[in-house]
Write a protein that binds this ligand. Sequence first.
Ligand SMILES: Nc1ncnc2c1ncn2[C@@H]1O[C@H](COP(=O)(O)OP(=O)(O)OP(=O)(O)O)[C@@H](O)[C@H]1O
Ligand SMILES: [Mg+2]
Length: 373
Amino acid sequence: MKITIENLQLRYGNFTAIENLNLEIDEGESVVLLGKSGCGKTSTMRCIAGLEEPTAGRITIGDTVVFDAAKGINLPPNKRNVGMVFQSYAVWPHMTVFQNVAYSLKLQKLPAAEVKSRVAEVLELVGLSDFAQRGASLLSGGQMQRVALARSLVMRPSVLMLDEPLSNLDARLRDRLRVELREIQLSLGLTTVYVTHDQQEAFALADRIALMQGGRIVQIGGPTAIYNEPASASIAHFLGVSNIFDCTATVGADGYVTAVRTGGEVIRTEQRGLATADDFKACIRSEDLVLSNVSGGGTNEFSGRVAVTSFQGSSIRYAVTLDNGGELDVFAPTKGAERFAIGDRVFASVAPENVQVLPADVVRQARLQEVAA
Ligand SMILES: Nc1ncnc2c1ncn2[C@@H]1O[C@H](COP(=O)(O)OP(=O)(O)OP(=O)(O)O)[C@@H](O)[C@H]1O
Ligand SMILES: [Mg+2]
């Protein structure tokens, strides 16, 4: 079912956890709320589920307005047909897997035969058919997580919401369950809201990612667009871009953006056009910098010395201290690239198409309105 969130605001006392949040989630779509700790992801999800009462706004699920502050509408969670899976999966340890999953159906007083077939169906879906009679306390973390998921799915929710459901698992299991979750979501065509602060997880699970900062959605788009075209330097930073320089930026006569780093270097780009901002940053991914022990003499070359090297398997990470101050973070492939040692003199270069000049932050809605007024 489609979900529409309009002008949502949530305050805890004087503190605003969600500010003017607008989001439309299509039927069958998987939207991931991504952002760092405290940005308001769980709060947003709890508002949709009816576990939190927003201070303003409207939420519609399918054709039903489940919350409208102005009209005083606030449906309780059990009237919203929303399934939730939390980070801390509360699986009942004294029950078997079957009993855990069947519990809510029994509360609804469904006939035993129907309970049995519906539980069997979802256990099959999450790959736990062979564990139906196992005591829930005798399961691994990943299996418990699947029980929690099965328990939500068995209620046939029209919307499934998952709040960091994989964060208690080890990396390998997380990778696997992530793929399985995506398969289940796609095969059931479930409208899904997924919360995480892990970008890999977001990229793997999302049709669209809603990036949150400070209680607002600052960018929304497909995983590729978010990765390749972050709307601000602070979003780029959150997504793992580690070389971010203060600069002044200008569009030259040729239409291309040139940035002048504080300190003097000129950085050329292949970017055309600049967003409106007071404050710009030049952003370069570590893997887009190439190290050499000789100067190529070309543009976008930084000279310095290797300060730290660390082997990371498929790549080697270098911290380079630049001659004019500052640091560069460089990833070089382990295979085929020249190796450097601490103290080596190096020249780091970047192709103009790999430099992005971005506003430091997304201009806030309030400010935009201020400017327009
Ligand atoms: N009951 C509450 N009373 C006061 N402040 C709260 C309450 N619940 C959450 N907050 C605050 O609201 C903000 C958003 O919290 P929320 O739980 O939505 O963050 P989150 O994005 O889910 O973070 P995390 O990734 O750490 O789970 C935080 O600053 C938090 O401290
Ligand atoms: Mg949270």
